[in-house]
Design a binder for this molecule. Structure first.
Ligand code: NAD
Length: 254
């Protein structure tokens, strides 16, 4: 498929997990990919692999985020797709009773403020073009509560979902679509690290997934490519759940 032929796509958090799988999928569908990440060790090799461009960026830094999207426009001519995906899930973000203000604020900065900054930077280019697709990574925890809490993470993803919906509505008639991608648990370093320390927590979560397994990053990347492409031209302001059935389930199969 070459649904993204001639498009320029910016992907944050593109060096690992969902972001990396999406960088590869976007490139396979014809896009020129600009990879933004803090990981300067992996970044250049990821960009080389897909014939794209790596930009070192901390997504919490407004000037660095502005420069990321400026590079896409300046060096490749447009900003057609923004996959605002970088995020963290640190172990010190836990129950509200144990989570300190420092962990709370760090997670809000990386997961929520970053999406605000990326949308703010991408939108002017897309509005000028009269076309664009923004996909912001939220999570299924934006729509459902878990007893195995990560309170700041969940609140940040709720913010991403609400912000994406509002931007989708605001800019719909100017040709820019904005969707919140809400993955279920995905087999990536982010989740592996979290569960390595607590297998019981992992097992407890698995019970609630009708498909009986975590997603692979490629399965999420396929959904992102769909949202990035014109195949999803009537989809905006959505909470796009790719969750193995979690949000639809009451009792799961044995
Ligand atoms: P990951 O840890 O595999 O990759 C995250 C990437 O983001 C890394 O390359 C990392 O270097 C980068 N990054 C971290 N902080 C950054 C910063 N300040 N600036 C720039 N880059 C930064 O994670 P993943 O599992 O692929 O998660 C990607 C997104 O998907 C996150 O927003 C996460 O919350 C969300 N998500 C993940 C799951 C899951 O189960 N893995 C489920 C739902 C949503």
């Amino acid at each position: 498929m070459s649904r993204l032929q001639g498009r320029v796509a910016v992907v944050t958090g593109g060096c690992s997990g969902i972001g990396l799988a999406t960088v590869r999928r976007f490139a396979a569908e014809g896009a020129t990919v600009v990879v933004g990440d803090v990981d300067v060790d992996r970044g250049p090799e990821v960009a080389d692999e897909v014939g794209g461009r790596f930009v070192e960026v901390d997504v919490t830094d407004p000037a660095q985020v502005d420069e990321l999207f400026a590079v896409a426009k300046r060096e490749h001519g447009s900003v057609d797709v923004a996959f605002n995906n970088a995020g963290i899930s640190p172990p010190d973000d836990d129950s509200i009773l144990e989570t300190g203000l420092d962990a709370w604020q760090r997670v809000q900065q990386v997961n929520l403020t970053s999406v605000y900054l990326c949308c703010k930077a991408a939108l002017p280019y897309m509005l000028e073009q009269g076309k664009g697709s923004i996909i912001n990574t939220a999570s299924f925890v934006a729509v459902m509560g878990a007893a195995t809490s990560q309170i700041s993470y969940t609140a940040s993803k709720g913010g991403v979902l609400a912000m994406s919906r509002e931007l989708g509505v605001q800019f719909a008639r100017q040709g820019v679509r904005v969707n919140a991608l809400c993955p279920g648990p995905v087999n990536t370093p982010l989740l592996q690290e979290l569960f390595a320390s607590d297998p019981e927590r992992a097992a407890r979560r698995m019970v609630h997934i009708p498909l009986g397994r975590f997603a692979e990053p490629d399965e999420i990347a396929g959904a992102v490519a769909f949202l990035a492409s014109d195949d999803s031209s009537f989809i905006t302001a959505s909470q796009f759940l790719v969750d193995g059935g979690i949000s639809g389930a009451y009792v799961t199969p044995l």
